[in-house]
Design a protein around this ligand. Structure first.
Ligand code: EAX
Length: 344
């Protein structure tokens, strides 16, 4: 009798724990499919967006503005969480994750994107843009949107071009004024063959590396030099490991805002319009922030002990000109001419 009671009790306990386990099981975060279709109206759809820069960089403050606008314009149906400092992967990894639909959104530079769609290469030619207004004219026009749309067949939707900025060379070895001063300097570049060719052309020794590894590589002197806009040199504390700053402005880095096409296609047109509107308004906010930081930071970086040199941009443009010949066939001479003509 006693034995059957014990067995009976055991069976009840077992059944109960199975029911409990079934109740909590699902544990998985709601999948994109579920959130994309907005399975139920009162459950907000949460989007995660990643970038590789510091929490004080305009990428972050711009994306926080974007998040605020998305929530407002969708009346809380969509919320956005922003992840800085490569928490969701480096730029190439995030682009791959967007294609697979395992990441919702990312803000990256055009440079690594050229590895996924050749058409982006034209934007990374040295000195292709004279100033940021000309860059906006091309990027926000037919040429820019045409090139962004080449990502759609690769599973990614582009929502416009934010700004990283005009890139300048820093190094730990010596002041740089002329291109030949770069001779033999080991320089980190982004993962982009035009960036590497441009520095090889002036005698430097380029190494492609993800942004997240850069500060340590500079600190340990695995590389002597790097190149980035002033807002990154400041917000990523490169002035702590680089003494010299040459105002070369050799590349203009645009930063496309990207969303996984799988997620985008699952949204209603109303939600799509709201997100696109927010992306454009926050873009202008972010561009203004970068432009004002750019004009203010030179003094700050000098105060941080950096030795700043001005250079003759025409001399550097000429020294890097062979890169145009080297990639003309791959990019298309007509494409390069179209971008140059669009700035006239
Ligand atoms: O897009 O890697 C870089 O130097 C870039 O400026 C950075 O990834 C931001």
């Amino acid at each position: 009798m006693l034995k059957s009671r014990k067995t009976y009790a055991l069976i009840i306990v077992l059944m109960l724990s199975l029911v409990v386990a079934a109740g909590c099981g699902g544990g998985e975060a709601p999948s994109n499919d579920e959130s994309a279709n907005g399975a139920n109206a009162d459950k907000a759809i949460n989007i995660k967006i990643g970038h590789v820069l510091a929490p004080t960089h305009p990428y972050q403050t711009g994306l926080e503005e974007f998040a605020k606008l998305v929530e407002e314009k969708t009346e809380g149906q969509v919320t956005v969480d922003v992840f800085h400092s490569s928490q969701l992967g480096n730029e190439r990894e995030m682009i791959e994750a967007l294609q697979m639909g395992t990441l919702d959104m990312a803000l990256v530079s055009t440079a690594p994107l050229a590895g996924f769609s050749n058409e982006f290469l034209v934007f990374d030619l040295p000195f292709i843009f004279d100033n940021r207004d000309n860059a906006y004219k091309v990027l926000d026009g037919e040429i820019g949107s045409g090139i962004l749309s080449t990502l759609e067949s690769k599973g990614i939707k582009g929502l416009g071009y934010w700004e990283n900025g005009f890139r300048n060379v820093t190094n730990s070895q010596r002041p740089v004024i002329h291109p030949e001063d770069m001779q033999g300097l080991k320089i980190r570049t982004m993962e982009n063959k035009i960036h590497m060719a441009s520095f090889r052309t002036i005698g430097a020794d380029p190494t492609a590396m993800a942004f997240g590894e850069l500060f340590t590589a500079l600190q340990q002197q695995t590389v002597d030099a790097q190149e980035n806009p002033l807002p990154i040199i400041f917000t990523s504390n490169f002035f702590e490991v680089q003494d010299n700053l040459a105002m070369t402005g050799h590349f203009y880095a645009a930063a496309p805002m990207l969303i996984s096409k799988q997620l985008w296609d699952g949204f209603s047109p109303e939600i799509q319009n709201a997100i696109q509107e927010a992306a454009t308004e926050a873009r202008d906010f972010e561009r203004e922030t970068v432009a004002s930081m750019d004009s203010e930071l030179l003094g700050t970086l000098k105060d941080k002990g950096m030795q700043v040199t001005e250079v003759d941009k025409a001399e550097w443009r000429e020294a890097m000109q062979p890169v145009y010949e080297e990639f003309e066939k791959e990019i298309g001479a007509d494409v390069i001419q179209k971008v140059l003509d669009a700035q006239k």
